[in-house]
Design a protein around this ligand. Structure first.
Ligand code: ZN
Ligand code: ZN
Length: 307
């Protein structure tokens, strides 16, 4: 116990706090940069998608939209094809010939064994999972490895005899309310490289930052209390168990009490003399006898100028 006390009393908390803040901010910033860096393709895809859906909804099918769609498809490894259908399901625009070849009509129907999926009239071995717009930005598969994604699909299609014969894609679509034109974005999910590992590392770093803060606060209160109050171990323990709540109680307690510098007995802030040894422990105003604080220039009760 004495060794621990020595150690705590030698700790330079100001220096520790500076190092702690420096390294916490540095490590978290590095993690954030790394995450943004490896996800940059998905972020670009999300921004492009936003732009494309805006043009489609406000301006309809024009050259600008076609150019944007071509760019979106070529920038993202995930996108297999982008197709626009009119209200009669005629293909009005396609980015490439993937999945549809040179067919002029594309009709989707629900897949009989799993209604979450669609099938088209061109190739019955292709299944499309309809996903929401948010899925472009936040897809839980982005941080999985491809083996896990495969296992998930197998689970969803446990009834399927020959899943290997099926191709599965994600389908985002936007429907123009006025013209009933439909914009289909067909894509695979390529996980973000190192995405899973990076999130794990970030989680560990955040955990360590919290643990060090938690222990550091308890140690600081212990050190502070051993200078000013009795029972530093108790205060250290309270803060170790309750953290900020303990710190608030400790601060309030400290404000209302002080220790007699001669005998070490705990005294209320209002006491002028120590109740145990009779030592004078407070300065008072020589005009009215009110207790005055160390840096007061005038008495708070009678306004007497203090020397
Ligand atoms: Zn005393
Ligand atoms: Zn006074």
């Amino acid at each position: 116990m004495n060794k621990l006390e020595n150690f705590i009393n030698k700790l330079n908390f100001k220096k520790f706090l500076r190092l702690y803040l420096f390294f916490s901010i540095l490590l978290l910033t590095l993690c954030l940069f790394a995450i943004v860096y490896v996800s940059k393709d998905k972020i670009y895809m999300a921004i492009d998608y936003e732009r494309v859906s805006d043009t489609f909804e406000k301006e309809g099918i024009n050259d600008k939209l076609k150019l944007q769609l071509t760019e979106l498809a070529s920038d993202s490894k995930d996108i297999k094809n982008i197709i626009i259908l009119d209200k009669n399901n005629n293909i009005v625009f396609r980015v490439n010939n993937n999945l549809v070849g040179n067919k002029t009509k594309l009709q989707f129907t629900p897949y009989e064994f799993n209604r979450k999926y669609l099938q088209d009239n061109i190739n019955r071995d292709v299944l499309y999972k309809v996903v929401k717009k948010e899925d472009i930005i936040l897809n839980k598969d982005y941080i999985k490895n491809s083996r896990k994604i495969e296992l998930d699909i197998y689970e969803e299609f446990s009834f399927e005899r020959d899943l290997a014969a099926k191709e599965i894609y994600l389908l985002n679509y936007i429907v123009d309310k006025d013209t009933a034109n439909k914009l289909f974005i067909i894509r695979t999910v390529n996980p973000i490289p190192y995405g899973e590992r990076l999130l794990e590392i970030t989680g560990i770093i955040i955990g360590l930052i919290i643990i060090i803060y938690w222990l550091g606060l308890a140690l600081w209160v212990y050190k502070d209390a051993s200078k000013k109050l009795n029972n530093p171990s108790l205060w250290g323990l309270i803060v170790l168990l309750t953290n900020l709540l303990g710190l608030i109680i400790y601060t309030m307690f400290k404000q209302n009490n002080k220790i007699c510098y001669k005998c070490g007995f705990m005294q209320s802030k209002e006491n002028i003399y120590c109740t145990k040894c009779g030592t004078r422990i407070s300065r008072t105003c020589n005009n009215c006898g009110n207790i005055i604080q160390k840096y007061d220039k005038y008495c708070s009760k009678c306004g007497n100028k203090l020397l």
